[in-house]
Write a protein that binds this ligand. Structure first.
Ligand code: SAM
Length: 278
């Protein structure tokens, strides 16, 4: 996978050389291009922003500088105007353009999984009040897969941290990235159900007077699986009832149904419903 990242603070991404991502680069699984947006400016101050049209606080990132950069990374000629976009549709659009934006849908494990199948990802880090609103639409009109994602309901100073989060969540799903593939199949938000994972414990079995759950020491795999499954259902019911509401009732076994009923769910029909309503 090729990943290009554009930022006015490219040094932020030195972190990508560390740990598993560094190893993935050594193995040739992922290749990064880190670019300074200011390299596409033509004025003496290398300015990438301008005042907001319509007034208001702060500065907005100029579409022209961004477009020159993204056109270069995509290897395309600029359009004279958006009216030409239809004619351009269909050019090699294997690249996915991703813009972090706090007012966009939240980035999830499902999005990370989708992005992990892309050949080429281009991330554009916003700063100031963000990038000009025409930018995503301009590339979407040319047939590119353009995505805007928030990483949570708070505002950061820039897109660099958000892009680091998305890159890490995405690249660890690439085949060969993790030594043991099972470790990414058995995680929270993963699989068809997306339940929160059960708690994990390691040795010693008793630490500062606290013991791990007895069943985990039993060696009885079926009981251990059941214990973990119950804990996943309990944790998800308490912390993320929206995930329980999305479960497919027909795929729940007798013990799942019994536990969910005890936890206050009505388990019939297509999906569980809370007895008390939400
Ligand atoms: N004016 C914007 C708003 O109120 O929605 C906030 C702009 S923020 C200061 C500057 C840039 O940081 C954004 O363009 C985006 O790239 C990034 N950013 C900030 N918070 C983010 C979040 N929660 N998720 C993703 N990106 C974020």
């Amino acid at each position: 996978m090729r990943i290009d990242i554009v930022s006015v603070f490219p040094e932020y991404f030195n972190v990508l050389d560390l740990s598993l991502l560094g190893k993935a680069q050594d193995k040739g699984l992922v290749e990064f291009g880190i670019h300074n947006l200011r390299d596409w400016t033509h004025d003496v101050h290398h300015s990438v922003d301008d005042t907001p049209v319509g007034g208001g606080a702060g500065m907005v990132m100029k579409p022209e500088v961004w477009a020159q950069c993204l056109d270069d990374l995509l290897g395309i000629e600029p359009l004279e105007s958006i009216e030409q976009a239809d004619a351009a549709t269909g050019r090699d659009s294997s690249a996915v353009l991703v813009f972090p934006n706090p007012s966009a849908p939240t980035f999830t494990q499902k999005d990370a999984t989708e992005l992990s199948h892309a050949k080429h990802l281009i991330f554009g880090c916003g700063r100031y009040e963000g990038y000009d609103g025409r930018l995503p639409a301009y590339y979407a009109a040319q047939g590119y897969d353009v995505r805007e994602y928030s990483i949570g309901d708070y505002v950061l100073n820039g897109g660099e941290v958000a892009v680091s989060v998305m890159v890490e969540a995405t690249t660890r799903l690439i085949d060969g990235f993790m030594g043991n593939h099972a470790s990414i199949e058995e995680e929270s938000y993963t699989g068809s159900e997306g339940l929160l994972e059960h708690r994990q414990y390691t040795k010693p079995a008793t630490w500062r007077g606290m013991s791990v759950p007895e069943v985990l020491l039993s060696g009885h795999h079926a009981n251990i699986d059941r214990f973990r499954r119950d804990e996943e259902l309990r944790r998800t019911s308490a912390l993320r009832p929206d995930i329980i509401e999305a479960l497919d009732c027909s795929r729940l076994d007798k013990k799942d149904r019994k536990l969910l009923t005890e936890l206050g769910w009505i388990v019939n029909g297509d999906h569980p419903r809370s007895k008390i309503g939400r």
